[in-house]
Design a protein around this ligand. Structure first.
Ligand code: HAS
Ligand code: CU
Length: 577
C-alpha cells in the first residue's frame, strides 16, 4: 500500500486521501481477517449437526462446541460486520462529497474497535467466556469479554459524528441542496445504530460490566435480555444497510444501468430507521414476563419492518432489469441472464439478493408470534440468519472487496475466476446448508446443541427423523469451507502478491432521470429544469425523524421493561462450559 512506482495511476491525489485509503484498507483487512477465523470454524458446527464431532481433535485450540460457536458468532456477526460498516459508511460518503472525513475520529474508531477485538479474542480463546454471541446472563464470562465488547460497540458509533461533520461542511458549501445519496444512506444507518446502541450499551455499562468487575453480585436476566434485543434486532439492519448502500448506489453502475429511484432509496432507509427500533422483543416471543398484548403488537410492528425490504426488492429488480436490457437482454428473463455474470463483484451481489428473498421470507415467518412458537430455538433460526447476514450481507461485502481492494491498493485483483468460483460456492453451499437447517428446524432439532457429543446410538434415536436434512447441513458446511478457501486465496493473494497496477474507480451509480445521484459537481436539481423531488426534500429532516423514532422506541420499551424492573430478580453468575 505504500506509494511505490507501480501504482502511479491509482495513486491518490493528496496525502490525506492516501491516508484515508490506508485506513479504509485497515478496516477491510481486519474485518475480513475476523471473518476468516470465524468462517473457518463454521463448518465444524455444520458437521456437528451431521453427527461428526471434530472438537476433541482441536484441543487445546478449542475445547468445546460452545467455545467455537462463541468465536464464530462474535467474530463474524460483530467484528467483521462492524469493521466493514465503519469503514464503508465513512469512506464512500467522503469520496462522494469530495471532502476529507475527520481522520482523528476515524482512527480512534479503528483503534477502539481493534483493542476491543483483541480483548474479545483473548477472552474467547482462553475459554473463559463461552457465553455465545448473545452473552445472556446468568452465563458469566471474563471481564475481558464484556469490556472488549463495550469498546467494540462504543467505537462503532464514531462514524456518526464524522458523518454529521461531513454533511454540515458540504451543506455550507451548497446551501439549500439535499444530502447526496450515499451520505444520506450512511447517516440514516448511523442514526439508527446510535438509537439501537442504547440497549446493549445500557446492558453492558449498567449491568454486565459492573457485575464482571465484582462491583455488583447479581444481575436480572430478563432485563438484560430485553436490553440486548433492543440492540439485537436493529443490529441486523446495521449489517444489512451498508450492503443496501452498495445495492442501491454501486451495483446499478456495475451492471451498466441506473438506480431507478433515488427517493425510493431514501424512503427505504428512513423506514428501516423507524421500524427496526421498536421491534426487538420479537426475539422474546417465548420469554416469560412480557404481556401477550405486546406480543401481538410486536407481530404487527415486525411485519412492517419487511416493507422497506420489499420496496428494495422492487427497486433493485427494476434497476437490474434496466441494466440487463441495456446490455441487450430480451424477453421476460433475458435481462437477468444478460447481467455481467462473469464479474465476480456483480455475481456476488445478485446472488446475495436472490438468497435474501428466502432469508426475508423466513424472517416474516419468525415475525409472527404464532409461527415463531414452532421455529424458535430450533436450527431454523440459524438457517434464517445465514441467508440474511451470512449471505446477503457477507457476500455483498465480499463483492465490494473485489473492486475495493484494487481501488485502495492500485493493484489488480488476483485470480478473478477463483473469485467467481468462491461466490458460487458460497451461494450453493449456503443454499444447501440453509435448506437443511430450515427443514430440520421444523422437525424440532434445537439450535446451539452439541448433538455430535452424544453416543451414536442416542444421536440416531433422537435425531433419526432428521438424518437427511442434517446431512444437508453438513454437506453445505463442507462446500462453504471450499468457498472460504477460494475467497481468501483471492483476498490475501491480491493483498500480498499482486503487483500489476490498475485503476479501479468507485462505481458510483446515477439515479434514473437525474444526474449522478446528486454527486459532486452537479447541482441537486437533476436534469435541467427538474426540481428536487418533494419526497427527497421532506426526508432531509433526519433529526426530526430520529427524534420521532426515539419516542416510539421508548413507547415500545417502557411498558415491557417497567414490570421487569418492578419484579427484578437477582441471579448470580454461571459457568457451564
Ligand atoms: Fe431476522 C432472528 C425477523 C431480516 C438476522 N434474524 C434473526 C437472527 C438473526 C437475524 C441473526 O421476528 C437470530 C438472532 C438470535 O441469535 O437469536 N428478520 C426478521 C424479519 C426480517 C428479518 C421480519 N434478520 C433479517 C436480516 C438479518 C437478520 C436482514 C441480518 C442481516 N429474525 C426475525 C425474527 C427473529 C429473527 C422474528 C427471531 C426468531 C426467533 O425465534 O428467535 C425482515 O426484515 C425481512 C424482510 C426481507 C424481505 C426480502 C426482500 C428481498 C430483497 C431481495 C430482492 C432480490 C432481487 C433479485 C432484486 C421481505 C430485498 C432480483 C432477481 C429476480 C430473479 C427477481
Ligand atoms: Cu429481529
Amino acid at each position: 500500500m505504500s506509494a511505490t512506482t507501480h501504482d502511479s495511476i491509482a495513486l491518490p491525489h493528496s496525502s490525506t486521501e492516501a491516508a484515508e485509503r490506508r485506513l479504509m484498507l485497515g478496516f477491510l483487512v481486519v474485518g475480513f481477517s475476523a471473518l476468516f477465523i470465524g468462517a473457518s470454524i463454521g463448518p465444524l458446527q455444520a458437521l456437528n449437526y451431521g453427527g461428526i464431532n471434530l472438537y476433541p481433535y482441536l484441543r487445546p485450540l478449542l475445547q468445546t462446541y460452545y467455545q467455537g460457536l462463541t468465536v464464530h458468532g462474535v467474530l463474524n456477526a460483530y467484528v467483521f460486520t462492524f469493521f466493514l460498516a465503519c469503514g464503508l459508511l465513512v469512506y464512500l460518503p467522503a469520496r462522494e462529497l469530495g471532502l476529507s472525513p475527520n481522520l482523528l475520529l476515524w482512527r480512534a474508531c479503528f483503534g477502539l474497535m481493534s483493542i476491543g477485538t483483541a480483548m474479545l479474542v483473548v477472552g474467547m480463546f482462553d475459554n473463559s467466556s463461552s457465553v455465545l454471541y448473545t452473552f445472556y446472563p446468568p452465563l458469566k464470562g471474563s471481564a475481558l469479554f464484556y469490556l472488549g465488547l463495550t469498546l467494540l460497540v462504543v467505537g462503532s458509533l464514531f462514524p456518526l459524528p464524522i458523518l454529521l461533520d461531513l454533511r454540515s461542511r458540504w451543506k455550507r458549501q451548497r446551501p439549500g441542496e439535499i444530502t447526496p445519496l450515499a451520505t444520506y444512506m450512511s447517516l440514516a444507518t448511523m442514526l439508527m445504530w446510535f438509537l439501537a446502541g442504547f440497549g446493549a450499551g445500557t446492558e453492558l455499562l449498567v449491568q454486565l460490566d459492573p457485575w464482571v468487575l465484582g462491583l455488583t453480585q447479581t444481575v436480572d436476566p430478563s432485563i438484560a435480555r430485553t436490553l440486548f434485543w433492543w440492540t439485537g434486532h436493529p443490529i441486523v439492519y446495521f449489517w444489512l444497510m451498508p450492503a443496501y448502500v452498495s445495492w442501491y448506489y454501486l451495483l446499478p453502475q456495475q451492471v451498466g444501468g441506473k438506480l431507478v429511484s433515488d427517493p425510493a432509496a431514501r424512503m427505504t432507509f428512513v423506514l428501516l430507521l423507524i421500524f427496526s427500533l421498536p421491534v426487538g422483543s420479537h426475539h422474546q416471543y417465548l420469554d416469560p414476563g412480557i404481556s401477550p398484548v405486546w406480543k401481538v403488537i410486536l407481530t404487527a410492528l415486525t411485519l412492517s419492518v419487511a416493507l422497506p425490504s420489499l420496496i428494495t426488492a422492487f427497486t433493485m429488480a427494476l434497476s437490474l432489469e434496466y441494466g440487463g436490457r441495456l446490455r441487450g437482454g430480451r424477453g421476460v428473463f433475458g435481462w437477468f441472464t444478460a447481467l455481467p455474470w462473469r464479474n465476480a463483484s456483480v455475481a456476488a451481489q445478485v446472488l446475495a439478493m436472490i438468497t435474501y428473498i428466502f432469508g426475508g421470507a423466513g424472517g416474516v415467518v419468525n415475525g409472527s408470534w404464532q409461527l415463531d412458537n414452532i421455529v424458535h430455538n430450533t436450527i431454523w433460526v440459524p438457517g434464517h440468519f445465514h441467508l440474511t447476514v451470512g449471505t446477503a450481507t457477507a457476500m455483498t461485502f465480499m463483492g465490494v472487496s473485489f473492486w475495493m481492494l484494487p481501488h485502495l491498493t492500485g493493484r489488480k485483483l488476483l485470480l478473478p475466476r477463483v473469485a467467481l468460483a468462491s461466490v458460487w460456492l458460497w451461494f450453493i453451499g449456503m443454499s444447501i446448508f440453509a435448506l437443511g437447517m430450515h427443514w430440520s428446524g421444523l422437525l424440532g432439532v434445537p439450535r446451539r446443541a452439541w448433538v455430535s457429543y452424544m453416543p451414536q446410538e442416542a444421536y440416531d434415536r433422537v435425531y433419526g427423523l432428521a438424518h437427511l436434512p442434517l446431512g444437508l447441513v453438513a454437506l453445505g458446511g463442507v462446500i462453504l469451507w471450499l468457498a472460504v478457501v477460494a475467497f481468501y486465496l483471492v483476498f490475501f493473494g491480491s493483498l500480498i502478491f499482486s503487483r500489476q497496477s490498475t485503476y479501479e474507480p468507485i462505481p458510483f451509480a446515477q439515479a434514473f432521470h437525474r444526474r449522478a445521484s446528486y454527486a459532486i459537481g452537479q447541482p441537486a436539481g437533476d436534469e435541467p429544469g427538474e426540481p428536487t423531488p418533494k419526497l427527497a426534500r421532506a426526508l432531509e429532516h433526519l433529526g426530526l425523524i430520529t427524534l420521532f423514532t426515539a419516542f416510539i422506541t421508548l413507547a415500545a420499551y417502557i411498558p415491557i421493561l417497567w414490570p421487569m424492573i418492578q419484579n427484578a430478580t437477582q441471579a448470580t453468575g454461571w459457568n457451564v462450559w
